[in-house]
Design a protein around this ligand. Sequence first.
Ligand code: AMP
Ligand code: FE
Ligand code: FE
Ligand code: ZN
Length: 279
Amino acid sequence: MIDLHSHTTESDGTYSPRELVEAAVAEGLEALAVTDHDSFNGYELARPIAAEAGLNLICGIELSTKVRRGHRKTVHLLGYFLEGEPCGDLVDWLRELQSTRRDRNRRLADKLQSMGMAVTLEEVEALGRSMAGRPHFARILVSKGYVANYREAFDRYLDESASAYVDREEPTLEEAIGRLRASGGISSLAHPVRLNLSDREEEERLVATLAGQGLTAIEAHHSDHGPEDTARYLDLAGKYGLKVTGGSDFHGENKPGVRLGVGPGHLDIPMRVLEDLRG
Ligand code: AMP
Ligand code: FE
Ligand code: FE
Ligand code: ZN
């Protein structure tokens, strides 16, 4: 069993890179990809620990993108096999993305303040450092008693459809696919079920377009996917010549129902998926 989608404390997970490697070893995983949001820090920190533990660790990342520029909805794109030299350009680009995150966080703090909630950018950054984001805003809203829990923080204020939401400038899927490819990596459309395209034809059109733009793979196996979802994405992969990836999207205590490797219980992704991806 392998897991190609996981997060550490370097983005919005609650396991440190060391704890994540230890959990992967405890679960008996044959390979683990660290796919923190917009950052390689978690992977870099986990690498020597995994080497010592004899764990096959894959360099990954999860990028936030938009289908089209100016679109409100964020789509996640996974990148893999990005170790090595050409990565320099990618790291510079990630630094640019950081500044749009910081700008968004400032506007989000302003908006919450204008709604009467005392939340400052400084507090959020103390908690989340360079990857400070909405999960940290949520924790502060909970700790100050403005909401009862994390769920309510998103439902009332932070979700894309909620009252304090402010948009962030993000690259297009096409640009991100190209950047990953130019850095010697591959891309995979993350948890496609979250695109929320109830119209199956629209979903298929998007997959076809992305395949034409150089997308390598689609994340057919994911904690949020039911058996029909997985079957549909495997079909689409076959139809458009895409490879397949899969993972639990482990976030530690931030997603309590999801275990490394098995997700909510149904995942069992074989090593063959990784071999096909490399081949
Ligand atoms: P950010 O990159 O700062 O905009 O935060 C995005 C992260 O917030 C995602 O990776 C999720 O962990 C979390 N998130 C976004 N929307 C929701 C939601 N509706 N409910 C719970 N968590 C969410
Ligand atoms: Fe996340
Ligand atoms: Fe994601
Ligand atoms: Zn993820």
